[in-house]
Ligand binder design. Structure first.
Ligand code: SF4
Ligand code: SF4
Length: 183
C-alpha cells in the first residue's frame, strides 16, 4: 500500500504530496485488502484502532480497505504502517521517479482518476461499504446500463494505465502483489 503522505511532511511536490491528493491505494479504489506479515504488524495496527477487523486470507492476516487509518489525506499510522504499505509504489510514482511524468501531470492524472471513479459511482450501485476496487470492477453487474459500462471501462482503463499497470492481476512488485492477491 501506499506511500501515503507522512502527516508531518512539508507541503512540497514530493511523492508524499501527490499521495495526499490521491489515497487510492488506501481507500479501496485500487485494492480490496492489505496483507499483514506478522503478529507484530497486527498488534501495531490494532494499537491505532482496536476495532479493525483482522481477516485471515490464504493463512495470512489481512484487513479490508477502505483502511480506517487513512484520514483522507494520509496514513495516521505512518510510522508503524505495515510492510506491505511501506514497500508499495504505484505506477504513477514510478513514472514520476523516472522523470517520465511531471508533478503537474501527475496531479492532473490523479484528479482525472478521482473524477472517473466518482462518475462510476453515479451509475453503478454498490453494496454499502463495498470497496470500489479494481478486482470488484472486473465483475460489473450484468444489469449495468451502457452508460454505466462506459463509465466503468473509462475508469478502469485510466487506473490500469497510470496506477496499476496494464494487467492488474499481474504482480508488479512484491508489496503490490501481496495487497492484490493476499500472498
Ligand atoms: S495510488 Fe500512488 S499516488 Fe495514489 S496514494 Fe497510492 S502510492 Fe500515492
Ligand atoms: S495502514 Fe496506512 S498506508 Fe496502510 S492502507 Fe492503511 S492508511 Fe494506507
Amino acid at each position: 500500500m501506499p506511500r501515503p503522505r507522512k502527516l508531518e511532511e512539508p507541503d512540497t511536490d514530493t511523492p508524499g504530496d501527490l499521495c495526499s491528493r490521491c489515497g487510492m491505494c488506501c481507500n479501496g479504489t485500487l485494492y480490496n485488502y492489505v496483507t499483514l506479515r506478522s503478529q507484530e504488524e497486527v498488534d501495531a495496527l490494532l494499537k491505532y484502532d482496536p476495532a479493525i477487523p483482522i481477516i485471515t486470507r490464504s493463512e495470512q492476516p489481512t484487513f479490508d480497505e477502505p483502511c480506517r487509518l487513512h484520514d483522507g489525506t494520509g496514513c495516521t499510522a505512518y510510522r508503524d504502517r505495515p510492510d506491505t504499505c511501506s514497500r508499495y509504489t504505484c505506477e504513477l510514482l514510478r513514472a514520476v521517479d523516472r522523470d517520465e511524468v511531471t508533478d503537474v501531470e501527475a496531479r492532473l492524472i490523479i484528479e482525472e482518476a478521482r473524477a472517473l471513479v466518482e462518475n462510476v459511482r453515479e451509475y453503478v450501485e454498490l453494496e454499502p461499504g463495498r470497496p470500489l476496487a479494481v478486482s470488484t470492477w472486473l465483475s460489473l453487474p450484468g444489469s449495468a446500463t451502457p452508460e454505466a459500462r462506459q463509465a466503468w471501462e473509462r475508469a478502469l482503463l485510466h487506473l490500469r494505465r497510470h496506477f496499476l499497470g496494464p494487467d492488474p492481476d499481474a504482480p508488479k512488485v512484491d508489496a503490490a502483489a501481496a495487497i492484490a492477491t493476499g500472498d
